[in-house]
Design a protein around this ligand. Structure first.
Ligand code: RIB
Length: 309
């Protein structure tokens, strides 16, 4: 059975702990409120779209351990087709160690485990799944060669390719030329363009640099400052929502999953961005990655009753 959105990416179990400050090398500090929950940038984006009732499949790999069961069951609960997620013996499922500060910011260390085995060959084995999609989403927690392979397959079948350049790294020009939508946050767009982004003006400048490299549309996520969207026809910005921030983990993933959902439903760029902006804002009001994501009804109510900054 084909799915509208296909996510090729990572699945991690997140080990989350609250801290007052980061430890120095050689130092032990005490944290609090430990919890474990399903995450991974790929899994989160697939989950976000599934929770918003999109038709989604995921291509990825997990170990043969209890973490894998938890991840797969969680995605199946929101209707994500997990039949292209392979189990690998003798390798751990991906794990992310996440520290949350008092104001809700996070820092993340990922041990990729089975995510590193999402190889170009593995992607090619699932060419038929990508070929039938309306949109393909990829992040950078799987090998870069596999990201490029996915983009090539998407291009071959004329399927729009959305890249979340996270965690940020230098990317080859051949990849940018195949990217339809890119969804960096301000840190990531600064890193991949070498232009320091801190506001709407600098986000536009950096976006133009990505258009020059061949990207079709850039969605720069500026956290509380909202989103700046730029393509060759127009540029516009959408304000952030005034919400109580509890945990920013996976807000970008929720944005990407919601954006993909709205675009495959035929929404124009402006209304798709409005929708994704609301989903991202709701996600920061709760703890966890997939655990914090809203469904369609909650999102619609939020858009109706909330004010943007
Ligand atoms: O984007 C948030 C995600 O990054 C977390 O769920 C964690 O698993 C890391 O991949």
């Amino acid at each position: 059975m084909s799915s509208d959105i296909v996510v090729v990416g990572s699945l991690n179990i997140d080990m989350v702990v609250k801290i007052n400050r980061k430890p120095e090398w050689g130092e032990t500090i005490l944290g609090s409120d430990l919890f474990m929950s399903p995450g991974g940038k790929g899994g989160n984006q697939a989950y976000a779209a599934g929770k918003l009732d999109a038709s989604v499949a995921m291509i990825g790999r997990v170990g043969n351990d209890v973490f894998a069961n938890q991840l797969l069951q969680n995605m199946q609960k929101v209707g994500v087709d997990t039949s292209y997620i392979g189990r690998v013996e003798n390798v751990s499922t991906g794990v992310a160690f996440i520290n949350i500060s008092e104001n809700g910011d996070n820092s993340i260390i990922v041990a990729p485990g089975a995510n590193n085995l999402v190889t170009p060959e593995y992607v090619r084995e699932h060419e038929h799944v990508i070929a039938q999609a309306k949109l393909v989403m990829v992040q950078l927690e799987i090998p870069l060669e596999s990201v490029i392979e996915t983009a090539k397959i998407a291009k071959k079948y004329d399927v729009p390719f959305m890249l979340d350049p996270a965690p940020a790294r230098v990317l080859p020009d051949e990849l940018y030329e195949m990217v339809h939508y890119i969804v960096p946050n301000e840190k990531e767009i600064s890193e991949i363009t070498n232009i320091e982004v801190s506001d709407i003006r600098s986000a536009r400048m950096a976006s133009v640099e990505l258009l020059r490299k061949g990207v079709n549309t850039v969605f720069s996520k500026l956290g509380g400052q909202g989103v700046v969207v730029t393509n060759s026809n127009r540029t516009f910005s959408i304000d952030g929502y005034d919400v109580q921030v509890v945990d920013t983990t996976a807000a970008g993933d929720a944005f990407a999953g919601a954006l993909a959902t709205a675009l495959v439903r035929g929404n124009d760029t402006w209304s798709a961005t409005q929708f994704a902006n609301a989903v991202g804002a709701l996600t920061v009001t709760r703890s966890g990655a997939q655990a914090s994501m809203p469904d369609l009804i909650e999102t619609q109510q939020f858009i109706k009753h909330s004010t943007q900054q």
